[in-house]
Design a protein around this ligand. Sequence first.
Ligand code: OGA
Ligand code: MN
Length: 397
Amino acid sequence: MDIYDPSSAAYKKARRQYLKTTKSRTKDLDAEWTPFRAAEKRYKARFPPPDLSHVLDLSSATCDAVTLASGQSFYCNGVEIKFLDTNESTSSGVGKAFAVPHVPGLVILPSFVSPQDQRRLVQWALRDHARHPNETNLDAHYILPNEGLWNAHLNSDAPLIRTRAYPEFRCCIHRSLRLRRLRLFRQLSPTALISRLRWANIGWSYHWGSKQYDFTKGKGRVDNEIGAICKRAVSAVNWKEVFGQSDEEGWVDEHWRSWHETYEPDAGIVNYYQIKDTLMAHVDRSEVCATSPLVSISLGNAAIFLIGGLTRDVEPTAILLRSGDVVIMSGPACRRAYHGVPRILEDTLPDHFSLKSDGEGFSSWTSYELYMRTTRININVRQVFPKGFDPGLQVEN
Ligand code: OGA
Ligand code: MN
């Protein structure tokens, strides 16, 4: 990557920017930062570019070098990792799964999704999912086209997209240059708007203001293929190896013993990150099933994922997530752990996103590839309610 080369233009530009923005900053500003905040700042920094040598990369040679037997622990960058038994095999050989014992319930399945499925999921996320009836971040501000934003972006005849804001200006829009500029601001091309797409809801509707699910909006569908991949990931793990020796408080019910039958995803979000986007430290605590697996699929450019503990005072572990990797967050400790994404790593789109031949019927793959050059997509799927439970029916009683 260019930013690591001090003679490169990218490095010099980042340095100039850094000196300009930090000129009047007091030295001890960072004294108050929690360990999580400090790590976020470090990985986010454009200058100096972050040292990635402490980032756990479970698909790297260092970790592979160990002759692994199921249940065996080893250390990767000073972090204990447990190699788990799986019933999976992937295109890259035997599917591997790793637990991180100091965050009980955290499981990483590197390259779990095949390159072909990664491309399919990207198409799904952009063309099929980011459109009505699924809510996106853009719906609050724009009247999105019925054909879906992605299809409008590909369609050179698609009309401009109008914003919902300032309707009172509509009548006097021709009167002044200022208002004409406003009008330009109010109408955007689908192509300009596609880079502002940040999230699309899956399943039960999530209300960002109250940080709660809005069950009055009914139960949105979870796409069959997404549900199947998540279930396959949960079934691939031998949960006894993860939780078998656990005597953790609040985890006496041992629900994990039946996850192979009871795990049923019913909500979630697709995150669309552009290179400089980040996701701040947070806990996903709105689900009734507070310990059920949350399955997170990474697509496109790689990212640094930070996971800490119950407060921001716990020093987080940094994990490299590449396209095709699946992370499962489960159990009381891991589901309540602060986590976030301080950085997307530019120029890390894998080669299998550059389809030379069009053997899979991907008529317009080039547009997906172009978009994905500067993007990471994360499909983050949760279980809100126990399988078969319908809050609508409960309200009626
Ligand atoms: C989330 C989340 C992680 C990621 O959407 O809640 O934590 O890897 N995403 O993008
Ligand atoms: Mn989260």
